[in-house]
Design a protein around this ligand. Structure first.
Ligand SMILES: *Cc1c(COP(=O)(O)O)cnc(C)c1O
Length: 809
């Protein structure tokens, strides 16, 4: 296989510019050059993918199919060049051709086909599955619009469409020959013939699913996998004038459906939207995916009886749960299998990852909508439900458990229960989360089938989130650990622990952080006009805006600091900058109010001379993967302050840790495992534990009592209520905390209960920062022990314990 040199890359890029845009390098615009780069790398990967696929088929290897409604890929150019081992050559080639490499990388739009952690996890796992040389394919929808772009106008979020495909489509390889047809609505007719029941799906609206493949290169391997994104098209672009009236309407309907299905990603994170379009999106990509997998399996093996031995379907949350009835449909209706065998094979093929315990995020579809949109899938789901219910009754003889574990109940289809019944494995995404699933959320199912319930703690692509984005730290690590071992064996980071008392190493860590902070400050100034003081603590909370993530707790503490400063201008000696980044779901009013509040507070502090060089608050608009990549290397404090028991894992926490930021956090999600690795002495823990949260709720939590007892807190809350210099009052947020509103209880997420403890932890952060040796040593330990949070480890666990597929060690 050919290996690029700087010179051959230049030739290739020139050829691409000429062929695709009819331009020379001198004439090309930066966007055209970016696309020429993408096309060049795409070609290399496409060739390798053909070879990977040929081997997989020839050796009839077991394949992993990773289904997710979201893949938050971010940018690919630098990443692919890095994985292909040609990043330095590409940089040089671009410079030689008269471009600034950094500008070309910067111009690439994020492929933001996801909301937050769940979608980013899928992207990190694609990288690891490929690097570990597992034959794997990701499947999702080729949304025309990714997650909206956020602008802040007069302190408030405004959403703009994210037309990522203009430039981003250069990565996509359409495969129209592999299109599938997906059927919606209509009626199901059954008839018996020769002792066989035949199913005819009549009057259905048909949508064509056309695959657009994005090649995924692994690191240090020629193995290439694919992310298959299904685009929706109307089926027959036939002359409409020839249609009879009825057919004309049908055709129009199909065209309308095709146009809307792949139009836009739903922007809700950890919250379900019970819209019929969402259900159609789910079935669209599930059906297209399963049809193509089953067809390919038949081609290579000639039988479906060994389907589960050669395929495993991993579903990222319940969004692709329809794989279960869809596989049953393909086995029974299309292949003529009997129910029992179809069920045996299905339940040995599918595994489900749960991502949340929040009630508002558990998917339940109204039965009438479900049966109307998917009439045949409804019949099958009803039969799955009937048999499952029988099994539960036989096991427990307890009507309350029958009700709790039911799949179809009270006019709804409960997707998590469908996944538990129809899957071979159910995993949570951190130790604590999996424990809560076993002991609480899925307790009864676990009592009946305990072997299904597992844990796989999340991980992140450490090559992207450390090596690629933080070259200074990457160099130091390679120097200290003796080479690039850590890139494929992240546990090699452990060797850094040995340098805890080496002052020169600690000083170099500090220099790297400062240089990264300066870079970020320069970037923030250039792109947003924000002036950041690189000598201030960079204290960061970036993640989706959600009440359970408690950005408001961070705000309350900053208000307290600000009030302290007003009482005593010398109360702060160390400059402290609080950075926020967060998108709110467009329909989530409270989250939007909190964004407004952060901006009001930032403005107040900006305009108060008392705060100069002491306290600053900055809201970074449009938080996304590429912004996270700029920010992580420059961060010093990582805010992971969710109400204990609510954050399933978190992965932002891991990105910060790997880049040497220290965590202030609750014992929630993967923070618990970070704490086990680091001890009290290397992170700043605070707050109630998850069992204490539950207990407090049971016993009747009255936040007003805390308000009445604490003068600091009550002063903060009163300030919040009255607002700041922009004249906006936040009485609504005040009311929510003290009295509850709109059906939610007072201070649902226990901000007031944790406030004191949080303030104390924050004071410890500042005191520790004053001792640079101590701080840098803690930072070193964080980096050294972050190796377990590499996605390679997580994917290897899935491969060994759930998928049962071999992988590179
Ligand atoms: C990692 C990441 C997330 C997840 O952050 P959490 O703090 O784990 O919620 C969300 N959005 C983006 C853009 C990310 O890169």
């Amino acid at each position: 296989m050919k290996k690029f040199t700087t010179k051959s890359l230049e030739e290739e890029l020139s050829a691409k510019l000429m062929l695709h845009f009819g331009k020379t390098a001198e004439e090309a615009l930066p966007g055209e050059m970016m696309r020429a780069c993408a096309l060049t790398l795409r070609d290399v990967m496409a060739l390798r993918e053909v070879e990977t696929r040929r081997k997989t088929r020839k050796e009839q290897k077991k394949q992993v199919h990773y289904l997710s409604l979201e893949f938050l890929m971010g940018r690919s150019l630098m990443k692919n060049a890095y994985n292909l081992g040609i990043l330095p050559q590409l940089r040089q080639a671009l410079e030689n051709m008269g471009f600034k490499a950094a500008d070309i990388f910067e111009i690439e739009p994020d492929a933001a086909l996801g909301n937050g952690g769940l979608g980013r996890l899928a992207a990190c796992y694609l990288d690891s599955m490929t690097t570990l040389e597992i034959p794997a394919t990701g499947y999702s929808i080729c949304y025309e619009l990714g997650i909206f772009k956020q602008k802040i106008v007069e302190g408030q979020q405004v959403e703009l469409p994210d037309n990522w495909k203009d430039l981003g489509a250069a990565w996509l390889l359409p495969k129209p020959a592999e299109a599938q047809e997906v059927r919606f609505g209509g009626k199901v007719r059954e008839f018996w013939d020769n002792g066989h029941l035949h199913i005819i799906h009549e009057d259905a609206t048909v949508v064509q699913a056309v695959p657009c493949d994005m090649e995924i290169a692994g690191y240090g391997t020629e193995h290439v996998n694919v992310l298959r994104l299904w685009d929706a098209r109307s089926t027959k672009p036939v002359d409409m004038s020839l249609f009879s009236r009825g057919e004309y309407l049908k055709a129009a309907e199909e065209e309308a459906m095709a146009e809307t299905i792949a139009k836009v990603l739903y922007p809700e994170d950890n919250h379900v939207e019970g819209k019929s379009l969402r259900l159609k999106q789910q079935y669209f990509f599930v059906s297209a995916t399963m049809q193509s997998i089953v067809a390919k399996h038949l081609e290579t093996c000639g039988t479906l009886h060994n389907f589960h031995e050669k395929n495993v379907i991993q579903i990222n949350d319940t969004h692709p749960a329809l794989v279960i009835p869809e596989l049953m449909r393909l086995f029974i209706d299309d292949a003529g299998m009997d129910w029992d065998e179809a069920w045996r094979i299905t339940t040995q093929s599918v595994a489900y990852t749960n991502h949340t315990v929040l009630a508002e995020a558990l998917e339940r579809w109204p039965q009438d909508l479900f049966s109307r949109v998917l009439p045949r899938i409804w019949q099958i789901t009803l039969e799955i439900s009937r048999r499952w219910q029988e099994k539960v009754e036989d096991f427990y003889h307890d009507p309350r458990k029958t009700e709790k574990m039911a799949i179809v109940w009270g006019g709804e289809v409960r997707m998590a229960n469908l996944c538990i019944a129809g899957g071979m494995a159910v995993n949570g995404v951190s130790g604590l989360h999996s424990e809560i699933l076993r002991k609480d959320v899925f307790r009864d199912a676990c009592g009946m089938e305990p072997w299904k319930f597992r844990n796989v703690t999340n991980g992140i692509d450490h090559r992207r989130w450390l090596s690629e984005i933080n070259p200074r730290l990457d160099s130091l690590i390679k120097e200290l650990t003796g080479g690039d071992e850590y890139l494929l064996h992240p546990q090699a980071l452990k060797k850094l622990d040995a340098f805890a008392d080496d002052r020169t190493v600690l000083d170099r860590l500090a220099e790297i952080k400062l240089a990264n902070k300066r870079d970020f400050a320069a970037h923030a100034k250039k792109t947003r006009g924000v002036i950041l003081n690189p000598d201030a603590i960079f204290d960061v909370q970036v993640k989706r805006l959600h009440e359970y993530k408690r950005q408001l707790l961070n705000v309350l503490h900053i208000i307290a600091l600000y009030q302290r400063l007003q009482d005593d201008p010398n109360a702060i000696t160390q400059p402290h900058t609080f950075l926020f980044g967060a998108k709110a779901a467009p329909g989530y009013a409270v989250a939007k109010r909190i964004i407004h509040l952060i901006n009001s507070l930032a403005d107040q502090i900006d305009h108060d001379p008392i705060c100069k060089d002491k306290l600053q608050v900055v809201f970074l608009e449009n938080y996304r993967v590429s912004l996270a990549e700029q920010l992580m290397p420059a961060s010093e404090v990582s805010q992971q302050i969710s109400t204990a028991g609510k954050e399933a894992s978190g992965t932002g926490n891991m990105k910060f840790m790997m880049n040497g930021a220290l965590t202030i956090g609750t014992l929630d999600g993967a923070n618990v495992e970070m704490h086990q690795l680091l001890g009290d002495e290397n992170m700043f823990l605070f707050g109630l534990h998850s069992d204490e949260v539950e207990q407090m709720k049971r016993e009747g939590y009255v936040p007003q009592r805390i308000y009445n007892r604490s003068p600091v807190l009550s002063r903060c809350l009163d300030a919040l209520r009255n607002g700041f210099r922009d004249g906006v009052r936040y009485d609504d947020l005040y009311q929510r905390l003290l009295f509850g509103a709109g059906g939610s209880p007072a201070d649902e997420y226990l901000l007031l209960a944790d406030f004191d403890s949080y303030c104390q932890a924050s004071d410890r952060v500042v005191r520790t920062y004053a001792d640079p040796v101590q701080w840098n040593r803690m930072s070193l330990h964080n980096i050294a022990r972050s190796g377990v949070f590499a996605a390679d480890r997580a994917v290897a666990e899935y491969a060994d314990n759930i998928w049962r597929v071999p992988h590179r060690k």
